[in-house]
Design a protein. Structure first.
Length: 398
């Protein structure tokens, strides 16, 4: 077996990390709420200590890592009634990782009471949670969860108890599962993300506009005016679950059908500052990209996110830049190329151009191939479209 084949086989044999989320039964909510208060105290101690150490004016100034915070909190479990040393260490390590990712001297304080209290969070290591018959044992407390059968023959690494906005508690466990790879029936697809249609593929399939929030905003407004806060939170959770369900169904269909998937890099953060903010946030573009990436990794698919500049205006048949452009022409959904006379649907044409650009820079399977270069000038291509793919940056010839 060659070295490349060995590398490919080694990567495909690696397990995939996933998170199992199970709802905890209500009889344990009060204990978990009290444990979350103790976790907040440890988190705030790490926050204050790290800030003081990073803002010193002498030569002893330093950024405290998770190891340093664990040494400073050694023996603190004797002052808490519910959490143990493993949970305290997980809080310290988790705080150090979050602060490093945020690149700030300190993070926001975790509030334990009041209207702006933080949602409960109790992390733990794998050895802290053990099976006890049909229940689970953690820090001397027995827990029961719904869908207990999902934990059969499962070995978890670490996890946490997390609280949602409604007040329910969930058990989140990190597990490793085997890759379920199979050959897709179709080769490749390009996906254009938008507002009128959330996603349109190069084959003409469409995910209609998701209006779950906008359809329920008047009911939300009435509940908030009457002071029914808990009912409003439940309605928010229902909206979020409906959006998740729609995105899950669409991404699962794409991953099961196509081997190579190319998505445009439309930016949600820029468009939320415009009058399209509600439509953009209700569409869930980032959610679709994230689902395609981890589901594609699980199924052995190639998923790319490329620069979609000028993909709407370029004719997918001849490559001429004759399509409508600018905010004033967003209402033009059908147009005809002035050079070749081909009629195009705006979104389908953009999806085909995205696929054409992505086909020149397919992502590497094993990660050892050199980056791809632009194709020769004699080969037909889409003009003036920049690509930033994972396999290498490619600029199409003009």
């Amino acid at each position: 077996m060659s070295e490349v084949s060995a590398n490919v086989a080694g990567k495909l044999a690696q397990p995939v990390v996933r998170t199992i989320r199970l709802k905890v039964r209500p009889e344990c909510y009060s204990w978990l709420g009290a444990a979350a208060v103790e976790v907040n105290r440890v988190f705030n101690f790490c926050n204050e200590t790290s800030f003081l150490a990073a803002t010193r004016t002498d030569k002893k100034r330093k950024w405290l890592a998770g190891f340093d915070l664990c040494n400073l909190t050694a023996g603190a479990c004797a002052y808490f009634q519910r959490i143990g040393a493993d949970t305290i260490q997980q809080v310290c390590v988790g705080y150090a990782e979050r602060r490093r990712a945020a690149r700030r001297y300190k993070l926001r304080w975790r509030v334990s009471c009041g209207a702006r209290r933080s949602l409960g969070w109790v992390p733990f290591k794998s050895a802290s949670l053990r099976r006890r018959g049909r229940a689970l044992r953690f820090c001397g407390k027995t827990f029961r969860v719904f869908e207990q059968k999902r934990l059969e023959h499962v070995r978890w690494k670490q996890g946490c108890f997390a609280q949602d906005s409604v007040g329910d508690w969930w058990l989140c466990l990190t597990v490793e599962i085997e890759r379920r790879e199979h050959v897709a029936p179709r080769a490749a697809v390009g996906i254009d993300l938008g507002v009128k249609n959330v996603a349109v593929t190069s084959d003409g399939e469409r995910l209609d506009a998701i209006r779950f929030y906008r359809d329920a905003q008047w009911r939300l407004k009435a509940l908030q005016r009457r002071g029914h806060r808990r009912q409003a939170q439940r309605l928010h959770r229902k909206i979020r679950r409906r959006r998740l369900n729609a995105c899950h169904q669409f991404t699962r269909h794409i991953v099961n059908t196509y081997q190579d998937i190319v998505v445009g890099d439309v930016s949600s953060t820029k468009l939320v500052r415009t009058h399209l903010a509600k439509a953009v946030l209700d569409s869930g573009w980032g959610m679709i990209k994230r689902m395609l990436q981890y589901k594609g990794d699980h199924a052995g698919r190639s998923v790319q996110i490329i620069n979609e500049r000028n993909t709407t205006r370029v004719c997918s048949s001849c490559g001429a830049l004759t399509g409508p452009g600018g905010p004033r022409h967003l209402a033009v959904r059908q147009w005809k190329c002035a050079d070749c006379g081909e009629s195009h649907d705006r979104d389908v044409n953009a999806a085909r151009n995205i696929l054409a650009v992505g086909s020149r820079c397919w992502a590497s399977v094993c990660g050892n191939e050199p980056p791809l270069r632009s194709s020769p000038a004699r080969e037909p291509s889409v003009p003036r479209i920049e690509t930033n793919a994972t396999a290498g940056a490619v600029r199409a010839p003009g």
